[in-house]
Design a protein around this ligand. Structure first.
Ligand code: ZN
Ligand code: ZN
Length: 134
């Protein structure tokens, strides 16, 4: 499987106890369906209020990622761009059949949002169809 941005081979790595595919060049992450929920449920990564503020600051470099949709590394179809949280310019690429692609820094952003408010976060995930509604 190749990185949809750099076209280099993704490497398997352990992220918060979940086996994921990562690009060592751009630090993008490919998460198979279900893996994002697993990472968020574990919540092993802890943020200090300062770190959280920095990650979720719309003006930081983390906010500017590619704006074109990535092709799914599994099937090659153009993925859907899902607006996860407009206030921090977080838009993720999702293949309904295979999983989600997170560009540089996006995984931390999602974790910081989850850390800030579990309820808001669940609502966003459900809205996007990433987790089934209660
Ligand atoms: Zn890459
Ligand atoms: Zn796919």
């Amino acid at each position: 499987m190749d990185c949809p941005r750099c076209h280099l081979s993704l490497m398997t790595t352990d992220y918060e106890g979940v086996e994921v595919d990562m690009c060592s060049q751009c630090w993008g992450f490919w998460l198979d369906s279900g893996e994002l929920e697993q990472i968020l449920e574990r919540r092993t990564l802890e943020f200090t209020p300062d770190e959280r503020r920095q990650i979720l600051d719309a003006r930081t470099a983390f906010s500017t990622g590619p704006t074109d949709p990535a092709p799914c590394p599994k099937c090659g179809k153009t993925m859907n761009r899902l607006s996860y949280d407009e206030s921090v310019h977080l838009v993720i690429d999702q293949c309904r059949d295979h999983g989600v692609w997170l560009d540089t820094g996006e995984i931390k952003k999602i974790q910081a949002i989850a850390d800030r408010s579990e309820a808001i976060h669940r609502m966003l995930l459900t809205k996007l169809g990433i987790i089934p509604g209660a």
